[in-house]
Design a protein around this ligand. Sequence first.
Ligand SMILES: O=C(O)[C@H](O)[C@@H](O)[C@H](O)[C@H](O)CO
Ligand SMILES: [Mg+2]
Length: 403
Amino acid sequence: MKISDAYVIVTSPGRNFVTLKIVTESGTYGIGDATLNGREMAVVAYLEEHVIPALIGRDASRIEDIWHYLYRGAYWRRGPVTMSAIAAVDLALWDIKAKAADMPLYQLLGGKSRERVMTYAHCTGKDIESCLEEVETHVGLGYRAVRVQAGIPGIPTIYGVAKREGERYEPADSDLPAEHVWSTEKYLNHVPKLFAAVRERFGDEIHLLHDVHHRLTPIEAARLGKAVEPYHLFWLEDCVPAENQESFRLIRQHTTTPLAVGEVFNSIHDYRELLENQWIDYIRTPLSHGGGITHVRRIADLAGLYHVRTGFHGPTDLSPVCLGAAIHFDTWVPNFGIQEHMPHTEETDAVFPHDYRFEDGHFLVGEAPGHGVDIDEELAKQYPYKRASLPVNRLEDGTLWHW
Ligand SMILES: O=C(O)[C@H](O)[C@@H](O)[C@H](O)[C@H](O)CO
Ligand SMILES: [Mg+2]
């Protein structure tokens, strides 16, 4: 199973996606997602200049060896660009191996641990009332879990809420970074009211989640975790920037609100202290940023020792290739928790034909050999790359903050 060709496809059906295709001598091919939102072309260059030339002629069945060749062989370890590039190769190789075995990927991983994959939807509104309407709609669609984010009085733009009513939320929404304003005080005073309103209207059954998007200090995060305890959240996500894993000791000492972290992590080492000290409850690293299946399954296994479950990142800036592979992983992994679900646009779904299905708040894995997601290369050509950047955030006095 020699690799005879490999190339990168950049397409922008509504937003940018980077896809790696690896072809073997027999004609069997696999595809991997290499999209790193706002830094897409860095991964393209890494793949084209440093990875693809080293892949040609290698045995595609040696996934583990190729992983270590790319990881150790780079000398420069970890980092989102490197780990996204390695992930793309890894996902494509698992796709090839499963196709060669004539099996859906979840079978190769160890078979089904569950019949379907619970997802959570994004419910956002400019204020509490419009957010409640969103929850109503999504409960009607069958979701058992919703992420709730609302506009904050006195803050003009806020993470997770679309710019204009009726529009979809898209973070990378301008050529150069848009500038947002942030006030921790206003946010902390408002969020508990949002959760009180949601519980009052929808009762205790539905799972509620919330993303702080790295904006608090540890003691502020502890205050928020305590304040929302009566509304028993499924999780509070990224409550502080997590380079300093030790921050979570303080947060954990103060609150029983479950904590999720890791959408910007790319290595098992980013999690070690968090897991060993039992400071978190869910890991978020998506397959496409964490070195692929080969590496993320090791993180999931380590997490399992500490009762920590998976809750993979699944925004629209990860392509259907990443989502499709994640649904196979979620179907297999013993310590599954939940899967984020932000529906892709029709244009995106047309470029990436796939066999996973969404039904009643859950994903159902497909039975096609491989990870079940393909790319229509002709259609992809109709959507040229356009630079798009994530916003930056400033405090009201102009200080640059975490977005
Ligand atoms: O929980 C989430 O889904 C994330 O926080 C996203 O909304 C990120 O902001 C985005 O993926 C950045 O590229
Ligand atoms: Mg998040």
